[in-house]
Design a protein around this ligand. Structure first.
Ligand code: R1P
Ligand code: MN
Ligand code: MN
Length: 406
């Protein structure tokens, strides 16, 4: 028997998705552009980091080679490792959206082959009858925002009016999302979560993937800050995922961080939340200590995306990657014979790209464990192969959308 540890570095794309042009993302490359900026000194920030991007541990697992498989080029300014230890490659997404649920569900063996509903980027984002129903059923005096926006910009813009009027700030993006920002004290966290559940029901008719609660604190536009109490209310995955299949087979499925919310709590046997990549890493190590033979630990590292990708913050993203990379030896030391670790991503969010949205990209797939011999599997044509690799490794029946990479 064996155990599997699946870590999603949220938004850590490596460029060159075959269908990038259809998303307006031709040329987007999260790793490639961060490396290029860092090599040119544009990734420096006093007190945080400086110089070329340094990811020695992920490089030794095949990250540089995976990037070259994806784009044909090596990331700039990053040395090649003397030896590669992992089984590595790149993967392209087949799901039609470049959003977090589509990416994660496909990683878990279930691509999303339908189109989500999206709200328009011109004029009011939300239909008048939806806004009326939200105000009536959610017992609120109106909404602010009603547009596409960056979550940090919109709380700076409307936060004070929100606190005066009690109207929640509602916004969306190029993802299939209805996001609601409200002040934790003046509006109330519980009230915000209740409102999100009302809206979840109402946006089912619009085929919206997620309603997201975005609580914040502070008392003026300079210090409004979002808290770790974000909650995502997702629709159910369209078919059973490898999480459901493992749970059905009596295995432990330990969801760390946002994973529980992303899978609408389907197929999860244990849930741990933590705020921040380092706390998520600690929680993952604790889950690994507890995991039994045949179990899966599945973690989402959200900071890359939420704090740095969407915020178009190159030094921040680079520093977060370097900090994550430095934790890998600690993980390696805890592995038992037969264990496998898979590092991957759900989409890109190139911090040098226009706008603040995700970018359609290939993702790295870096696998390692005491009994894995190093090799490349090339470029996988769906993330679903990752879930089937987990299924095969843990000895459950294969699913219909992918095949094991090892
Ligand atoms: O700008 P913020 O609020 O971080 O929003 C981002 O987070 C959402 C969910 O991942 C994305 O759809 C994007 O809009
Ligand atoms: Mn994501
Ligand atoms: Mn995102």
């Amino acid at each position: 028997m064996a155990r599997a540890f699946l870590f999603v570095l949220d938004s850590f794309g490596i460029g060159n998705a075959p269908d990038a042009e259809a998303f307006g993302d031709l040329g987007a490359d999260t790793l490639g552009h961060i490396a290029e900026f860092c090599a040119a000194g544009a990734g420096d920030r006093a007190g945080l980091r400086e110089g070329p991007l340094q990811l020695p541990n992920m490089s030794a697992l095949g990250l540089m080679h995976a990037a070259k498989l994806a784009t044909g080029r090596l990331p700039v300014g990053m040395p090649l490792p003397e030896r590669v230890y992992g089984v590595y490659g790149a993967a392209s997404e087949t799901s039609r959206g470049k959003d977090t649920p589509s990416g994660h569900w496909e990683i878990a063996g279930t691509p999303v082959m339908f189109d989500w509903g999206y709200f328009p980027s011109e004029g009011d984002a939300f239909p008048a009858e939806l806004v009326e129903a939200i105000c009536r059923e959610g017992d609120i005096p109106g909404i602010l925002g009603n547009c596409h926006a960056s979550g940090t910009d919109i709380i700076a813009r409307h936060g004070e009016e929100h606190m005066r009027s009690g109207k929640p700030i509602c916004y969306t993006s190029s993802d299939s999302v209805f996001q609601i920002a409200a002040h934790e004290q003046s509006f109330g966290l519980d009230r915000l979560l209740e409102l999100c559940q009302v809206v979840r029901r109402l946006v089912d008719d619009y085929n919206i993937g997620r309603v997201i609660a975005r609580p914040f604190v502070g008392d003026d536009p300079q210090n409004f800050t979002r808290t770790g109490n974000r909650r995502d209310y997702s629709v159910l995955p369209p078919e059973p995922t490898v999480l459901d299949r493992l749970k059905e087979a009596g295995r432990g499925v330990h969801a760390v961080g946002k994973i529980g919310d992303i899978f609408a709590h389907q197929g999860v046997t244990k849930l741990t939340k933590a705020n921040g990549n380092m706390a998520l890493f600690d929680a993952s190590l604790a889950a690994i200590e507890e995991a039994e033979d045949g179990d899966l630990v599945f973690t989402n590292f959200v900071d890359f995306d939420m704090l740095y990708g969407h915020r178009r913050d190159v030094p921040g993203y680079a520093a977060a990657l370097e900090a994550f990379d430095q934790r890998l030896p600690d993980l390696d030391r805890r592995l038992k014979p037969g264990d496998i670790v898979i590092l991957t991503a759900d989409h890109g969010c190139d911090p040098t790209w226009r706008g603040t949205d995700h970018t359609r990209e290939r993702v790295p797939v870096l696998m390692f464990g005491p009994s894995l011999r190093s090799r490349s599997f090339g470029v996988a044509d769906t993330f679903a192969h990752i879930g089937e690799t987990v299924a095969r490794h843990l000895g459950i029946a294969p699913g219909p959308h992918g095949r094991s990479l090892i």
